[in-house]
Write a protein that binds this ligand. Sequence first.
Ligand SMILES: NC(=O)c1ccc[n+]([C@@H]2O[C@H](COP(=O)([O-])OP(=O)(O)OC[C@H]3O[C@@H](n4cnc5c(N)ncnc54)[C@H](O)[C@@H]3O)[C@@H](O)[C@H]2O)c1
Length: 259
Amino acid sequence: MIRAGIIGLGEIGQYHLPALRAARGAELVAVCDLDRALAERSAAGACAAYDDLETMLSGAALDLLDVCLPHHLHRPVALRAIEAGCHVLLEKPMAISVAECDEITAAAERAGRLVAVSHNQLHYEPHRRLAELIERGVLGELRMLRARLAIGGRYGTWRSDPAKAGGGLLIDAGAHRLYLLRALGGPVHAAGPGWTIPRGGAGTTRSVRPCEPRSRRSRAASVRRRGRSRGGRSWRSWRPRMVRRVPASASCWAVEPGR
Ligand SMILES: NC(=O)c1ccc[n+]([C@@H]2O[C@H](COP(=O)([O-])OP(=O)(O)OC[C@H]3O[C@@H](n4cnc5c(N)ncnc54)[C@H](O)[C@@H]3O)[C@@H](O)[C@H]2O)c1
């Protein structure tokens, strides 16, 4: 039986609690949150409650630590848990930079521990059905995938601090769109809150203005894939509502350069 603990008992930690309690092969033996009262309530007398990671690691003999903390804490807590001999389940995003993700992966490999990231939306029924339709070729050749994101009202705490969140909407709820698109359509070449479409030699780029207050609600986390026609150099895409012409050099919304 895997002895599991959760650290971070806020919004998502409260969903992980019943899931871990119900998981076959695992036993929830400890919970931890800076908010001691929240930890006690979440433990509900059925497991140990802590308000400090070190005390939990030394007191609970965990095999697995489930990390449901603000993004900037994923790296240090994962590294410490691995050092203490735990496997680690991290909420998305894995960490706030690729370098941090690599550091966690390398530490886990050295220690012979497993690290997983909670990509829960892969398991949503509509997403599973879509994957099946793509796999069976029912939708024809896949040229482009578009994912939209509508979310709001959750800012004001650590999420509003780029040093803690690692960015904005894209690295937060947008992470769900990115792993999903990748799972459905293969490697992602570029992603961003706006949209750019270099048109072979035209010298212009179309883009959504990403940051103006009135467009905030309609911003979408979009991902573009390299088109297969025209020698693989053109981009196929959707046309967002707010489109304007900008110089090609202003195609700066992408967070991942084309490969
Ligand atoms: N998979 C999903 O659908 C989903 C949904 C929401 C959030 N998330 C992810 O879950 C993680 C947490 O987000 P949230 O919305 O639950 O945040 P939250 O702010 O609601 O909860 C974070 C909790 O961590 C606790 N905490 C902070 N620092 C701590 C420390 N050093 N030691 C112990 N506890 C500490 C806080 O007291 C708080 O209770 C993030 O990575 C977020 O992106 C995933």
